[in-house]
Design a protein around this ligand. Sequence first.
Ligand code: ADP
Ligand code: MN
Ligand code: MN
Ligand code: MN
Length: 333
Amino acid sequence: MVYKAEYLWLDGTTPSAQIRSKTKVIADGEAPPIWGFDGSSTQQAAGESSDVVLNPVLTVPDPIRGGNNVIVMNETLLPDMSPHPTNTRAACAAAAEKFSSFDTWFGIEQEYTFFQGRDPLGWPEDGFPAPQGDYYCAVGSENIFGRDIVEEHMDACIAAGLTIAGINAEVMPGQWEYQIGPVGAPQVADELWIGRWLLARIAENYGVTVSLDAKPVKGDWNGAGCHTNFSTKQMRENYAACEAAAEALGANAAEHIANYGAGIEDRLTGQHETASYKDFSYGVSDRGASIRIPWQVARDQKGYIEDRRPNANMDPYLVTRLVIDTVCGAASK
Ligand code: ADP
Ligand code: MN
Ligand code: MN
Ligand code: MN
C-alpha cells in the first residue's frame, strides 16, 4: 500500500514569501525522501537550471486527508545541498544551535483576516460595518464571521500535533488569531507555517481566502500582527534578564523593524494598540509599547516578554533568528 505526503515549502515571492505544496505518493514503510520542484515557477531559479531541492524538516499527521497520510514541511536547498538563497530557516537553525545553552522558547500569535471577494468576511456590500469595539472575543452572528473555519482549523492543528495554544476573534470584524507555542526555534516557525497552510487549505472549502496583510483595511481599523513572545532560561528565572532582553531589542530596533514584515510602517502607526515604528518603548501591561512585559511576569519577577512589532506577514524564521541573535548575543557579552 501507499500513503500521501503533502510537501510544503516557501517560495521566492517578494516582499513576503508564499507557501506552496504538492503531493508525493510514497510506499508504506518508506520515510518521505528528499524531493524537488521547478524553481523557475516560484521565483527561485532560472529556466535553464530550474531544480530546487526539498529537504524534509518536520513531518506531521495530515488532518485533512486523515489515515496514515502526512504533511511534510521542507527547507529549500540548491542542487549542491547548500541552503537556497530564499531559505531563511538555515540561519535560524544555526542561531538556535549557537545559543542552545539559552534554551529559547517562542509563542507566536498569528493574526489574519478572512476575505470573501474584495471585502473582509462579513462586511456589508456597501460601506463599512459598525466601528470597532464589539468584535473582539465576541459571540453572536452580528459580530462573528467565520467561526466554523476557525474551529475546523484549530481541530486540524491539534490533530496534526502542532503546539497550538488557542484562538480568539480579533478587534476588526473578520479578523482572528491562533497562537503556536511555547516551543523552540526553528520548530515554532515550521509549525506556524504548517498552521498557515492548513488555514488557507480549510478556507478553500468555504470559498474564503486568508489574508496575512498587515493593514488589510486602511483607516480606523486594526492591522494584523504576529506578536512574538519569547524567553530564555535566564528570563524564566529572573526579571532582570527580561528587562535586559527588552533593552537589547531597543539597541537594535532599526534592524528588527526592517525585517518584521512588508508594510510595517502602515501598521505601526502609534494608533490601534501599536507603538510607532519610529520609536522604541517597553512597559508592563502596555499594549501601546513596542515590547510588553505581561503583568504576571512583573508580579512573578520572571517569565517572558512580548515583541508586539512583527507583522502578520512576517517570516517567523527571520524574526526568531533576529530575536535570538540580538537577545542572546547581548547577554553573552
Ligand atoms: P495576548 O495577551 O498578548 O493576546 P496570547 O495568550 O495570545 O497573549 O499569547 C501569549 C503567548 O505567549 C502564547 O502563545 C504562549 O504560549 C506564549 N508564552 C507563554 N509563556 C511563554 C514563555 N515563557 N516563553 C515564550 N512564550 C510564552
Ligand atoms: Mn493574543
Ligand atoms: Mn491579537
Ligand atoms: Mn499579544
